[in-house]
Design a binder for this molecule. Sequence first.
Ligand code: AQP
Length: 323
Amino acid sequence: MAIVFSGVRPSGEIHLGNYLGAIKVWVELQREHQCFYCIVDLHAISTPYNPKDLKKNIVKTCLAYLVAGIDSKKSVLFLQSLVPEHTELAWLLGTLVPVGDLTRMTQYKEKVKKHKQAKAGLLNYPILQSADILLYRAELVPVGRDQIQHIELCREIASRFNRTFGKFFPLPKPFLSEGEKIRSLTDPTKKMSKTDNPQSYISLFDPPDLIYQKILKAVTDSGKEIRFSPLKKPGISNLLLIYALISGKEIKKVEEDFEGKSYLELKKSLAELLIDELEPFRLALKEHSESEIIKVLKEGAEKAKEVAQENLAQVKELMGLRV
Ligand code: AQP
């Protein structure tokens, strides 16, 4: 049994990329492992956001976890900002990280370009992310491909700590799924992202007519052949991958099923598949109250704190911060 940690930023609508690249895998991992699943609100505020939307996004993110199958009795499901040990450990770890290790992070460079602002919080994001993981001495981190560089940095920080103060942290490994990179519907050369144009992603809570409309408008490739080839046909390959992951079929089988059929036929079938798959998310919005969800997160935070406080105390001891 391994210790697992992962999280999603409540920075907008949870989309198919978050679901297929991360959350669906978390559900499988909780069967065998001790999992900590977090809603990382302190990361969400590292890019421009509206404070009025934050709570709504936290509640919807938690609802997405629960409907996807995260069991709050088996896994520790909690809100990051309710466990202040995350930020304290981030400060401690920050004393070990060269600034150059942070400025070279691809996501930092991309987000600075996108938001036209280079804030210290954004630069330090990977330190807080490392603290999130190391606070629970996690060994496995299920993430999408975009997060690999941050997990490598986390391993580097853990091993620098171990060399400097004594062995304490395991070196966490990333865990990638087949849905490691779901692409944007409007620009399949890019990953699907929640802070992009809403046409580019399918939210888990989108109504059926919107899902249908977005999939039918998805950018495809020249030619007519339905073939999986991410380099030559990124648009169609993305739709085939989503189809395969949702239906549970092999990509080859989906290709065979659509042999000789048109792009439109594939899109219509995929839209119907998604409308069915995502129905429980839409229904749950009406069935669960905000207070019920917040209660789950608070109870989870109490469980997380027990582990976090114990591990942080040992880190401080090793760093000589005990008087
Ligand atoms: N397109 C994707 N394909 C596969 N996995 C993805 N993930 C994100 N996008 C895709 C994975 O989902 C988890 C949560 O991501 P996040 O919310 O913490 O941050 P992110 O990677 O920055 O996701 P977004 O949607 O692009 O958000 P914004 O626009 O706020 O930056 C991670 O495991 C991530 O890899």
